[in-house]
Design a protein around this ligand. Structure first.
Ligand code: CU
Length: 146
């Protein structure tokens, strides 16, 4: 009997809690319609960026000691802007070879950013930091465009 009573009490409590949660959610939606969008976690390096036109993508590149992290979620063939932010403790740059030609940022100091735009077609592109030795330490990779 004690068990039954206890479980009945628990069930009541659960129903109450669910009601409260539902009420809270409902209130949220009414007072703040854009609250939903903030649920998507953004990379720490991300600045707010405007929506891109068709065929234009922005790739956020984080340079660290000694690694590049590329946010390629939205990437596709077309005009591509690389926004490179140096989160390391020493100057880095970002260079990518397109059609045999190297495009790159100037040397970027820690905490600063630089960007450039190139036209990418489907294929594979090598990128690296051109500071001597940094590529060997890990600041290099291949970007694939489908
Ligand atoms: Cu470097």
């Amino acid at each position: 009997m004690m068990n039954l009573a206890a479980s009945h009490g628990l069930r009541l409590l659960a129903v109450l809690l669910i009601s409260i949660v539902l009420a809270a959610c409902g209130g949220n939606t009414q007072t703040n319609g854009i609250g939903r969008q903030t649920a998507t976690p953004a990379p720490a390096s991300n600045a707010t960026q405007p929506p891109n036109a068709v065929g234009e993508t922005t790739v956020n590149v984080t340079a660290q000691d000694f690694e590049f992290v590329l946010d390629t979620r939205a990437i596709s063939a077309g005009s591509t802007t690389f926004v490179v932010t140096n989160r390391g403790t020493m100057p880095h740059d970002f260079a990518i070879t397109v059609s045999g030609q190297q495009h790159k940022t100037p040397l970027i100091n820690p905490g600063e950013s630089s960007s450039f735009t190139v036209e990418l077609t489907p294929g594979e592109y090598q990128y690296l930091c051109t500071v001597p030795g940094h590529d060997i330490l890990g600041m290099q990779g291949t970007l694939t465009i489908q």
